[in-house]
Design a protein around this ligand. Structure first.
Ligand SMILES: [Zn+2]
Length: 69
């Protein structure tokens, strides 16, 4: 499944809103961001982690954090 197909299917689990990808390679994004919630859902080993408790705050993501722990 490619990233464009994923973007059509995926929605923010919190607000059900649209996501945009983050990362320099659109074919292999680093994560999916919900601008409404201000969080990034990371991609681990090509699998998007669409869990509210795993979402990284956008500010932390921009500071280099890739996990909430
Ligand atoms: Zn959201």
């Amino acid at each position: 499944m490619n990233t464009e197909e994923l973007l059509k299917i995926l929605a923010c689990p919190r607000c059900k809103g649209d996501l945009t990808l983050v990362g320099s390679d659109s074919a292999a994004p680093d994560g999916f961001v919900c601008e409404t919630c201000g969080v990034v859902y990371p991609v681990h080993e090509d699998i998007p982690v669409m869990l509210i408790e795993e979402a990284v705050p956008k500010a932390d993501w921009d500071a280099g954090k890739r996990t909430v722990k």
